[in-house]
Design a protein around this ligand. Structure first.
Ligand code: ZN
Length: 308
């Protein structure tokens, strides 16, 4: 079930101005509800992807249609709350500068909030006006009781939110999954107050680790409709009315168990190694590594400031 070839979803250039990045590699028998879950074991399946010579974005030329995609996420199983907690802490750590500019009444929205761990962390800091949108019911069901009431089941639709209303909108590890990342960035801009922040965490396909892993990188995945580099994400924000754009490397802090699970070593060796580590109580030891992710922030252009 595919739609016709799409143009580059960031710069709208024709897919003729592109080179092959990955050939299609899909084994239909292997698709399960975990295929669309976050933080699963890598499967290395992918749609055909091309690299845009104009803006550096890598994208799927014939993505599944929008409805199929949202159904897949709706039904996706959800695993591993501990890793989600670790990720949330890493994001907050990197967002100190943005968070310091907010006050406790600031309105905050997270698109693709999973089980709400990031928002729960903000709630513990005293923020109260928090909303998370999440398509996976099982993710919401595994949320901490104190944050569950802030989570709404669904796909982000701009019409559901008031314009010029939010101080911060976050979108972590989600922009690769959506059908139209430019539409998301434009929509977020609409609902942000002037000077409000949009913060994104996403993979950097040009990072060293992803270059080394090549086809065995976890970013080569059937669920990714596009992959960004520092150039292409900077360009997306620039084209959609943001200023003071910052693109930085992100350091994730996870348990050794999790790092091994993500690695391209065959599962059998992986599992044996994990058992061994756990026997010596080392599996849960946390280490901080740059796994080729980036954290990006931009402020909605403030016309009053610009005209000065
Ligand atoms: Zn492009």
């Amino acid at each position: 079930m595919t739609t016709k070839s799409r143009r580059c979803p960031v710069c709208f250039d024709s897919n003729k101005n592109s080179v092959t990045f990955q050939k299609e590699n899909i084994d239909k028998k292997k698709i399960t509800s975990f295929t669309y879950a976050s933080r699963k074991n890598p499967e290395f399946m992918c749609h055909e992807m091309v690299s845009c010579l104009n803006c550096d974005l890598v994208y799927v030329t014939t993505p599944p249609d929008k409805l199929k995609l949202s159904e897949a996420y709706h039904a996706a199983d959800y695993d591993s709350s501990e890793e989600a907690l670790d990720a949330a802490e890493s994001y907050i750590h990197h967002m100190n500068e943005v968070i310091s500019k907010l006050n406790l009444n600031s309105k905050i929205l997270e698109i693709g909030s999973g089980s709400g761990d990031f928002l729960y962390n903000l709630k513990k800091k005293g923020f109260t006006d928090l909303i998370g949108i999440e398509p996976s019911i099982s993710a919401i069901n595994s949320a901490h009781p104190e944050i569950k009431s802030h989570l709404q089941e669904g796909i982000f639709q701009v019409d559901d939110f008031q314009e010029m209303n939010y101080d911060l909108v976050c979108c972590f590890m989600t922009l690769e999954h959506v059908y139209d990342p430019r539409e998301i960035s434009e929509s977020v801009n609409k609902i942000l107050k002037k000077g409000g922040y949009f913060v994104i965490v996403l993979h950097n396909y040009r990072s060293l680790v992803n270059k080394i892993l090549g086809k065995k990188s976890p970013i080569i995945d059937i669920e990714h409709m596009q992959l960004f580099s520092k150039k292409s994400i900077g360009l997306l924000l620039n084209k959609t009315n943001y200023q003071d754009i910052q693109v930085k490397d992100l350091y994730n802090r996870y348990s050794i168990n999790y790092w091994i699970r993500l690695s391209p070593i065959p599962n059998l060796i992986n599992n044996t190694f994990i058992k061994l580590l756990n026997k010596f109580n080392l599996g849960n030891f946390k280490i901080k590594i740059n796994v080729g992710n980036m954290i990006v922030s931009g402020r909605k252009v403030d016309a009053d400031i610009k005209s000065q």
